[in-house]
Design a protein around this ligand. Sequence first.
Ligand SMILES: [Zn+2]
Length: 482
Amino acid sequence: MEADSVKIGLEIHVQLTRLKTKLFCSCSADYRHAPPNTHVCPVCLGLPGSLPVVNEEAVKHAIMTCLALNGRVARELRFVRKHYFYPDLPKQYQISQYDGPGGEPICKGGFVEFEYRGEKRRVRIRRINLEEDPGRIVLPGVVSPRLAPYVLVDYNRSGVALLEIVTEPDLREPGEARAFLEKLRSILEHLEVCDCGLEGAMRVDANVSVAGGARVEIKNIGSIRDVERALAYEIARQRKLVEAGGRVRRETRHWDPVRRVTYTARAKEYEEDYRYMPDPNLPPIPIPERLVEQVKASMPELPDQRLRRMVSQYGLPEHLVKQMLVYKRLADFYEDAARLYQGYQRLAAFLVNDMLGWLKERDLQDLYTRVKPEHVAKLLRMVDEGRISLRQAKELIKPLLETGEDPERLAEKLGYARIADPEKLRPIVEKVVRENPKAVEDAKRNPKAINYLVGLVMRETRGRADPRVARRLVEEMLRGGA
Ligand SMILES: [Zn+2]
């Protein structure tokens, strides 16, 4: 069975994390560090008599995302009720949008171009819905969701503005899905609509089928890496089933990130199960052309433009810039450090090849609080000045990220700092010369024997002496006829 027979389509739920308030009420959308059920009001709890009011800023963010993904913005904003029974949804319906009779998503069509295995690929976007996030279900004290004895619900997240971005089933491989999602994340982060590294800010449902089988949906995968893993697991499972003469059922499955398996959640609902209906509390609102133009005019620099600019501005190879652009913060960090340190290539290689390995996806979210651009600039300047070796600079990355200390002090504390000051080295050289008269005599006759004396100086300083300065001092002292 060839890879061609695999079809993957994704539904990406993206929280509009830059908004101050929720989609239909004035509760704070910044719920992540709040005690459970403190950012709630009658609207987002769905109490009788409460009325939703649309957050205009959320509509602008949705339009901006639509334009960046090359989609068509709807002429009217239409909300529907999507019914289902679940503890995370107190109203028993979600205010969403519907791509069918009586409905219209805020964005239709579009595409994302990205690179995979050195080739240009394109995924078509089917639509983007603007909708409310349900509450958060918490499974207390368990490592695997299958073992949860009970669940808790936190409604702080209920009503947070969410985009549901749905692709056509254009993807064929788990790695390709990952590359696409990394590009999408980079675009969203450049638009400054979503800090995708925040817990739960980007959640993916992956639909996947193999030849001869029905489509299976894997719900709510929390990271891009896990999307790749879940797809790989699921494709292998489905293929094995088909090859053994079995049947892949249409169903919804969950991903267990700890055990790295998918498992049956429920038989898949069909569209009619949701009983979509226009929300009578939210009549259609026209989206004026002028608003779309205004959003278009305020569009920030996007990853493809930034790639071209950074390649020419800093004279960097494309592959280094592309790797930095996977995380907008890393590219920002590079540009901030590049204002202070002009070894552009060394800086880029250092960030991508050496530093990135120490940072997990979540760490990149608070990269700037872990390390300052001026500290990385300083570290590399110390290498250029011969005060530490490049290898030592690489060894300093971990303590630098852990302590946030000034690299100069850190190098001193760890005994890395090179002694390049002749005044500090001179007494050590004098001592070596005094204690090794035989070697000094040899060196006077045979310049190659100087290496031995320099080696002794290095040993005295436990490798910290700058060998060039040490050699110069030894030579001076030999000429001085010591
Ligand atoms: Zn509220």
